[in-house]
Design a protein around this ligand. Structure first.
Ligand SMILES: NC(=O)c1ccc[n+]([C@@H]2O[C@H](COP(=O)([O-])OP(=O)(O)OC[C@H]3O[C@@H](n4cnc5c(N)ncnc54)[C@H](O)[C@@H]3O)[C@@H](O)[C@H]2O)c1
Ligand SMILES: *[C@@H]1O[C@H](CO)[C@@H](O)[C@H](O)[C@H]1NC(C)=O
Length: 306
């Protein structure tokens, strides 16, 4: 196309998208129904995985629950059935093990059907200074928090593409947007998860597969026990999130087909500032917000994936 014409066309569309997002900011977006969808959650045996299972089933979805912790996973399935009378199928799977992912995935396809909403939620944290972190735990963190997402997409995305229908949800972290003292391996794994989900969303769009949506979730600390002992300096500015609240926001973002969800809202400001302020000022603000001591009293939940 002619340079001038194409530039004008892009400007006009840009203006339209700005207006559209302004309107959507004022008038709430219509939520899509998840009733009848088949939702697979990894890490469904506790924390926000369990809460998302309850929320999705309340909204009429069928559930496939994966966790390495069979007991917790069974308990989630029981809660889903008891509270909402919904169908829930629990599978024990270590999603850091590629062969196991492929094996359990084909079992799910055979026994339940094609997954239409995939939530990569399972995650672990070492919580030590990098030099004190055992190599095996560093590797495991990358395997669970990022590599597992590759194998889950390989297993479940083809059916979504074929139907041009589905939703990929990545439970990453604000630690995947900004480095944190004391969380080097975890941050690396979450940066990877975000880079992967974002790239795949573009790959889908470029191939014309516009029916498969992506939502990338970046929360600050959530009070689930995973980050027990981690602390925030100014809870009003950077509150530790309530698990029920976080879970409601995530499911809501899926229903609104929102691509990025950062929680709390101050994370949007922190990220914008990181990208345009002088570096020293960024560090100063980080100190002011207590970022250097987030992990000082970390205890964790004692659960380690093995
Ligand atoms: N809690 C927070 O402060 C926080 C903040 C930001 C992001 N997140 C992310 O949210 C997600 C859920 O965390 P949570 O707070 O509910 O923690 P959680 O520890 O309660 O839940 C994690 C679940 O993943 C399961 N799991 C661990 N390794 C696994 C493996 N190899 N295969 C299958 N399942 C495995 C665990 O058994 C557990 O049930 C994680 O990805 C975490 O990184 C948590
Ligand atoms: C979980 O549930 C399955 C199927 O009902 C059962 O076979 C298994 O023994 C249960 N495991 C635990 C640890 O409760």
């Amino acid at each position: 196309m002619h340079f001038l014409l194409e530039t004008l066309w892009v400007l006009a569309r840009s203006l339209f998208y700005c207006l559209e997002s302004l309107v959507r900011f004022i008038i709430p977006v219509r939520r899509k129904s998840v009733s009848g969808e088949l939702v697979l959650l990894t890490g469904a045996g506790s924390g926000i995985g369990r809460l998302m299972a309850l929320e999705f089933s309340r909204l009429g979805a069928r559930l496939v629950l994966w966790d390495i912790n069979e007991e917790g996973n069974n308990e989630t399935a029981r809660m889903v059935r008891d509270m909402h009378g919904a169908r829930a199928y629990a599978y024990t799977c270590d999603c850091s093990d590629r062969e196991e992912v492929y094996r359990v995935a084909s079992q799910v396809k055979r026994e339940v059907g094609d997954v239409t909403i995939l939530v990569n939620n399972a995650g672990i944290v070492t919580g030590k200074k990098f030099m004190d972190s055992p190599d095996a735990l560093i590797e495991k963190t990358l395997e669970v928090n990022s590599l597992a997402h590759f194998w889950m997409y390989k297993a479940f995305l083809p059916a979504m593409i074929a139907a041009n229908h589905g939703h990929l949800v990545s439970i990453a972290s604000s630690a995947g947007l900004i480095g944190v003292n004391g969380l080097a391996d975890y941050c690396a794994s979450k940066f990877a998860a975000i880079g992967f989900a974002e790239s795949m969303a573009l790959e889908l769009l470029a191939s014309g597969c516009d029916g498969v949506k992506t939502t990338i979730v970046c929360p600050f600390f959530i009070n689930t026990g995973m980050f027990e002992g981690a602390n925030t300096k100014w809870p009003r500015l950077m509150p530790i999130l309530d698990p029920e609240y976080a879970c409601r926001k995530i499911v809501d973002a899926v229903q609104k087909e929102q691509v990025y969800l950062y929680m709390p809202r101050s994370i949007y400001i922190a990220i914008a500032m990181k990208n345009f302020l002088p570096t020293k000022m960024g560090v100063l603000l980080g100190e002011y917000l207590g970022a250097f001591n987030f992990m000082a009293k970390f205890k964790g939940n004692g659960k380690k994936s093995d």
